[in-house]
Write a protein that binds this ligand. Structure first.
Ligand code: ZN
Length: 543
């Protein structure tokens, strides 16, 4: 019997042979491909694009650039009347000087410091003034199918629900993410008569330190305008609490914050109870209407039987724009170039369109290239895209989304969000193996990333979807690099063209994605959800 290492060596050799047999490209070819794609990143993440915030001239310039590249690559325009699909948005900006929040208890009022203790969320059309009792609902999840119900026996009527944005260990990660999204939560709380929501961020899984996130509170917040449905309708208050300052909420309550945080860390069940406080808020904000564009290109399918089915490759073009001036950032760089988030993803769409032209690809199904807007504002451009496709009775059978795929080191592993949810998982494995790339599911499901980018707009409509990024083993130098990237560059002006990037990794990622797109477009049958998937529901091809 071979030792483990001899066994590994043999397996490695076999993988190598397969690699050559499949005609995989060399590192030099990957590098060339990556270098070409990065040229588009250079254009899109240039200061000239002003951070590509939805609804700004900078975003429009970037959209025009993408449309020109799609045209050069021989795609057909798939927008309203040309390349652009116009998306109507409501934009809200806080006037914090006229806004306030306080906890009101038997002993009087306890003022909250906005920005430090808590911040208002303006994704819904919140009430200018509100006073209501608070009820703590633990994770706030009602999932009887997993034996979990935080709302059982709890009266939410006329109250504001206080929850941790997390899910217990007993609920699978993907389901926790889906049912823990703001819109799914609000469906349930609204039905139970709640007036609003106070979310306490989970300190054990925050992408950004509180201070960095809080700095963005003066930026405009958007929601979809008509004809799209307002999924947060009726939400009169949305407040996000700094976990480091949430202790006062639990003063005089049956349990204190520290005890709750300890249980939260291990995903243990949490108690629920009425809090001895009411919340009193004044929220003053300015609302305007804005439009921004999705850019849509189409490569028509070649098979008369399958071409009515669409496979959508998506990436978001928008980013965070230029920050409003505050005391803290006055002298600093305030332009969010968004090179990795997500000019790099758009560059892959352009790369693939060009590549399909160069190789004269003839996919059986129609492939749609969607450079969507307003992802950073809550996946709005992709939701508008999906709902329009539905109204036009377009049959979208799959979505492959690229958002911040982070080519920071060589591509040996691939993280796939949604890997176990549909037959697309097997497609990824089939194309990754011959390239010598192993496939892993989300190593940090508590960060909810399957629902945090545009693939989720498709998933919510019953369309199987995946999002892919460069992967790594925990505890390796690669893990440290990625960790460092999040700390220093995620949603920061330092996500710019000056950062290190592994262009061979980018080229190899593009090659993998190209093979995956073609494989999905050429499948015999449209991909189905796996039987155990939390997202399983029939595709909705018409209203
Ligand atoms: Zn982002």
């Amino acid at each position: 019997m071979p030792t483990i290492s001899a066994y590994r060596a043999a397996a490695g050799l076999a993988a190598l042979l397969v690699t050559f047999a499949a005609g995989a490209a060399t590192d030099a070819e990957y590098l060339k491909r990556g270098e070409r794609a990065w040229k588009d990143v250079r254009v899109l993440a240039d200061d000239d694009m002003e951070g590509r915030r939805s609804g700004t001239p900078g975003h429009r310039r970037a959209a025009e650039y993408v449309a020109a590249q799609f045209a050069k690559a021989g795609l057909q325009p798939g927008g309203d009347d040309g390349w652009f699909q116009s998306v109507g948005l409501r934009s809200r900006t806080i006037r914090e000087e006229n806004s306030s929040a306080a906890l009101v208890g038997p002993a009087g009022e306890r003022k909250l410091t906005l920005g430090t203790d808590a911040i208002f969320s303006l994704r819904s059309n919140v009430a200018p003034k509100l006073e209501a009792p608070l009820v703590f609902a633990g994770y706030g999840l009602k999932l009887p199918q997993y034996g979990h119900d935080d709302l059982a026996g709890l009266d939410l009527k006329g109250k504001v629900v206080v929850v941790f944005t997390a899910a217990p260990k007993s609920v699978p990660g993907a389901a926790g993410a889906h049912f823990g999204s703001a819109t799914e939560r609000w469906k349930i709380y609204r039905e139970a008569g709640a007036l609003g929501i106070v979310t306490i961020l989970n300190p054990h899984s925050m992408d950004l330190p509180w201070e960095r996130g809080a700095q963005t509170r003066f930026e405009p917040v958007m929601s979809l305008g008509p004809p799209e449905e307002d999924l947060l309708a009726g939400m009169r208050l949305a407040l996000t609490f700094n976990p480091a300052h949430a202790a006062p909420l639990f003063e005089g309550a049956p349990r204190g914050l520290d005890e709750l945080l300890a249980a939260l860390k291990d995903g243990q069940p949490l108690p629920r109870f009425d809090l001895p406080w009411r919340i009193r808020t004044t929220t003053d904000f300015n609302t305007t209407g804005v439009t921004s564009d999705n850019v849509i290109g189409v490569l028509p399918g070649s098979d008369p039987r399958l071409r009515a089915q669409h496979v959508v490759l998506s990436a978001h073009l928008d980013h965070l724009g230029i920050a409003a001036v505050t005391a803290e950032n006055e002298k600093a760089d305030r332009l969010f170039n968004g090179a990795m988030d997500n000019a790099s993803g758009i560059a892959l769409l352009i790369d693939m369109a060009k590549r399909f032209k160069e190789t004269k690809a003839r996919p059986r199904r129609t492939i749609v290239f969607a450079a969507v807007t307003a992802e950073e504002s809550g996946l709005l451009g992709s939701r508008a895209f999906v709902s329009r496709a539905k109204r036009k009775q377009q049959d979208v059978v799959a979505n492959l989304n690229i958002d911040m795929f982070l080519p920071l080191f060589p591509l040996k592993q691939l993280v796939v969000f949604g890997l176990d949810e549909s037959e697309l998982g097997a497609d990824v494995r089939a194309v990754a193996g011959p390239l010598g790339v192993t496939v892993q599911t989300d190593p940090q499901p508590q960060r909810n990333r399957f629902i945090r980018s545009d693939q989720y707009s498709f998933v919510r409509a019953g369309i199987p979807a995946l999002a892919l990024k460069t992967g790594f083993e925990p505890g390796t130098p690669e893990a440290a690099l990625e960790n460092e990237w999040f700390k220093k560059r995620y949603h920061a002006p330092a996500d710019d063209l000056g950062q290190p990037v592994d262009l061979a990794s980018m080229g190899k990622f593009a090659a993998l994605l190209e093979k995956l797109a073609l494989r999905v477009a050429d499948r015999e049958t449209a991909p189905a959800w796996t039987a155990a998937s939390a997202f399983k529901k029939p595709r909705q091809t018409a209203e």
